[in-house]
Design a protein around this ligand. Structure first.
Ligand code: DAH
Length: 368
């Protein structure tokens, strides 16, 4: 404790007042942010090296006799100030500082646990329904070739069916044969092809994933969105299996009261094709604004795998040195595809698709 002893030039009242005011100020400064109470006590009141003791000795030594009393009184006052500060520090709860450890009485910092994004949650719910039926998950790339996204799915080059899926293509592909040109996949259906080329039947897969279309964003469209695809190929798979499977899946997702109905439709890679509608979950089929007073909500596309798709698959399997495995006389199958955003919007009553991508915590927290 090699503190400097302040200089006391004079022993008249005003010099004493000024000198003690400086000391009192020093004490106040230290007590304002008192961390180590014991160090403060030792520094000021330590018996041998305490500041009061050292300063007292120094100033008394050369004090004229008549200054001893006023000096002593002022030292007593200063001592009282120090003792009061010590008493207060001991009564108060410890302050939290980086130096002196943790104040266990402070409330903890609240950290909200993370949650699944509502789209991921819906996607996982859909996938889980099919896992329970024995399906496994398959994934594929978002940057896809024309062959997988279109050609093998029986979209012939320049066929108008391609126009229904406004495709985002990668630049600089013109030199390649058209089937090798790269694009952003417009649906998850190319993973059907990838899986069948890699594996012989039986196949039961669901394919969750991101897809891209050159669509203008509006309340129900986004250029990037999500689908879950399904494919089941085996011996003796019939349209009844398709109906039973999707009817079960819709009941598992929307509640056991929903009914399904199948409408004739067209997709190049299924024949016959159907659109699946569920009875409106908002009005139980009576008709309301949400179902445009029809009592039904259109939800997904499906159909029996077109033999032309099996033919493309076998052609490629053989071309890469494998065995054909998809003879349409022996194997049949069904496929389906659904939009995750659309299902999430219906399940949760969301009217603006953009809410899913906004990152607005007030929206997202509702799914916690
Ligand atoms: N790929 C279709 C689309 O994005 C959806 C679809 C329809 C998938 C019928 C299928 C299916 O597997 O069988 O519009």
């Amino acid at each position: 404790m090699n503190e400097e002893i302040p200089n006391l030039p004079n022993y008249d009242d005003s010099s004493l007042d000024a000198a003690f005011a400086t000391l009192a100020e020093e004490v106040r400064g230290e007590t304002a942010s008192l961390v180590d109470v014991e160090a403060f006590r030792l520094r000021w009141l330590g018996r041998k090296q305490g500041r009061l003791k050292l300063i007292g000795e120094a100033w008394l030594k050369s004090a004229p006799p008549e200054a001893r009393k006023p000096l002593g009184m002022r030292f007593n006052q200063l001592k009282q100030q120090i003792e009061a500060a010590l008493a207060e520090a001991e009564a108060a709860p410890p302050k939290r500082t980086g130096k002196a450890g943790i104040d266990v009485t402070l409330p903890g910092s609240v950290r909200a646990p993370g949650i699944e994004h509502p789209l991921l949650k819906t996607m996982n719910e859909i996938v889980r329904v099919f896992h329970h039926l024995g399906y496994s998950t398959a994934l594929g790339p978002q940057v896809e070739s024309d062959f997988y996204n279109f050609e093998a799915l029986n979209f012939p080059p320049n066929h108008p069916a391609r126009d229904t899926q406004d495709t985002l293509v990668l630049a600089g592909q013109q030199a390649k044969p058209s089937r090798d040109r790269l694009l952003m996949r417009t649906h998850t259906s190319p993973v059907q092809i990838r899986t069948m080329i890699a594996e012989a039947p039986p196949i039961r897969i669901v394919v969750p994933g991101k897809v891209h279309r050159n669509d203008a964003a509006d309340a129900t469209h986004s250029p990037v969105f999500h689908q879950v695809e399904g494919l089941c190929v085996d011996h003796n798979i019939t349209f009844s299996d398709l109906k039973g499977t999707l009817d079960h899946a819709m009941k598992a997702l929307f509640g056991s009261d929903v009914k399904t109905r199948f409408f004739p439709s067209f997709f190049p890679f299924t024949e016959p094709s159907a659109d699946v509608q569920i009875s409106c979950i908002f009005c139980a089929g009576k008709g309301c604004r949400k179902c445009k007073h029809s009592g039904w909500i259109e939800l997904l596309g499906c159909g029996m795998v077109d033999p032309a798709v099996f033919a493309s698959v076998d052609e490629r399997r053989v071309a890469i040195g494998g065995q054909p495995a998809y003879d349409p006389a022996k194997v049949t199958g069904f496929a389906f595809g659904m939009g995750v955003e659309r299902i999430a919007m219906i399940l949760h009553g969301v009217s603006e698709i953009g809410q899913f991508y906004s990152g607005d915590m007030r929206f997202l927290e509702q799914f916690a």
